[in-house]
Design a binder for this molecule. Sequence first.
Ligand SMILES: Cc1ncc(COP(=O)(O)O)c(C=O)c1O
Length: 386
Amino acid sequence: MERNDAKIKAWLAQRELDCLYRKTRQVIGKQQVNLTIDGQQVLSFCSNDYLGLASHSKVIKALQEGAEKYGVGSGASHLVTGHHYEHEELERELAEFTGREAALLFSSGYMANIGVVTAMMGRSDSVFQDRLNHASLLDASGLSGSKMIRYPHNNMASLTKKLAMSATKNTMIVTDAVFSMDGDKANIIELVKLAHDYKAWILLDDAHGFGVLGDHGAGLLEEKGLSQQDVPLYMATLGKAIGVSGAFVAGSQLHIEYLRQQARPWIYTTASSPALATAIRQSLKMVRSDDWRREKLSDLIFQFRRDTASLGLNLLDSTTPIQAVIVGSNNKAIEISQGLLKEGILVTAIRPPTVPKGTARLRITLSALHSEEDIVRLVAALDKYL
Ligand SMILES: Cc1ncc(COP(=O)(O)O)c(C=O)c1O
């Protein structure tokens, strides 16, 4: 954008006209399904706190105790004096949980994706991306300087053709495990086969699967029984089902050591607070032990899909807590979202460029803390406004 305030104002005004203006809302109190936002009490279906751990008393207590013992700030980057015993233990536990040799903590999923792709891929390389991949993966390709080749969503025939036509030696297939705006899963078994056949890396971004999928919550890896050999680079976030913040990459000792030397978003940033690592370790314990949270979630997903089946919604096929209703136009999506808010129900309208043009939608996310009655309320409100 040119340094010209009149042009910036005109651009902002156009965004507003196109119903694409992004605004923050202010939450007061704890992150929970009954939320106070912009002064209104709402029943929220917007958070990625799928297991309801973000405000769990044990996680809060762990954070408090961590801060008491270790202070608040880490004080420096991991390679200076910021790497704490709590970070080390958490990395060890994450590696063990995901069945990998090692893990590396990042301050966010966005940084982890940038870190991995820019470390592994360069100008003469190619990165193959599902068309619906998360923005952080697309940005990571751009920053790496490699050639980005996008294939239609989950279209394995197209990807096979593109891989076969590629003359690049170093290639990487990158995919969301659970697509963040659609809720469906990657065809990971087929992707693993293709990566094997074409000697490509696989980077699996399990931001929305970790904690939720698999019998014990170890994500799509656990659900599909994928080894370190199958998926050498596994990324998951700690701010969604885990309820805190941050992310990690897990893989072989060799690959993680390489990232430690090369991943700039890990090297050149202050390590996250050790107290956060203490909180994540507590949350991880509950992810592993509280099977009831995943069971409850899956019951709620079933109930939601069963009860909306007769409403004629354009509901995407999804067995995950992300349930998307395609509306089409931006203003229609906003109108419906505002209608739901009048009923005290918060569902955000997701518009381009987050999703492809013409596919504005309501992105409904379910949490283990929702009740059956909450779903009944949601379905009735959808019936009224859609
Ligand atoms: C698929 C996916 N990858 C990565 C991210 C980024 O993670 P974080 O919020 O920890 O930066 C998100 C969401 O924010 C996501 O949905």
